[in-house]
Design a binder for this molecule. Sequence first.
Ligand code: R1P
Length: 296
Amino acid sequence: MDNISVQQPQNAGVLINPNFPLLESGATMHLGVKAGDVANRILSVGDAGRAERIARLFDSPESTKIVKSERMFTTYTGTYKGVPISIIVTGMGIAMMDFVVRESTFYVQGNVAMIRLGTTGLLKPSWPAGTIVVAKQARFVQQNYDYCPSNSNDEPYRLTNPVDADASLKDLLYSKLSSKLSNEKVREGVNITTETFYAAQGRAGDLFEDYNERLIQFVEENESEASNFEMETFKLLQLADKSKGKIKAAACAIGLINRATGETLPYQSLHELEVVSSEAILSTLAEFSLDNPISN
Ligand code: R1P
């Protein structure tokens, strides 16, 4: 992107307010965003390349405002069909999503719609790589670090109860994705967000004792609609649920691998799908009504 306005990382400066640290400039400590830097409609994506590819869909990519932070977050703000939208490079895991949700919305006045576009490991054997899964709910898998193998009542992993996506935002997202892509490419399911990529997604290896041989079976026995593994959606939906009505959230993810069959999606196909699905996601964000009053 040429001729774009890039705000470079700021020096740490003085931190004020221990409960919500801000730099002396007023920028949030990790995302580095100030009042006016983030729109009410936000698309959170995992990696930098994806964000850049999607930002090219803005009405005037050359006038995109970019804020880069010293903590690897980047925020692109522009308009899509005339509506202001921010795309945020979120990185991986629930700790990063926690920074994104709290700091990106800190200065935003009024309600917020936030959608995540990730990649994912599909759990349903009949869903081919490239399937896009819209989360109707998410649950979180965490390792039980106190697990005692000699205690037959103990489980090495724990699965939380589900949290719901915002039903209106999720339904609009599902219908936009289905009309952009062929219907069988888009599915709805229960997202399984995991604490880690290796142990908590049941990946085998000899170097560490992860007690995860039965992990996928454990998840599927406890959640018949478990559809895919990834690492951020639960935190987005959980914080939105606790945002006192301010944040409406939904999420979708492109199946990069099918964990049951081993089928993988070539990166070129992933990049094409990212762009096509982003047209649907940006339309969803642009058209979603944020007029509802904030309720407590
Ligand atoms: C792991 O490779 C990462 O890919 C998935 C997981 O959630 C995790 O963040 O999503 P992203 O491609 O959006 O990062």
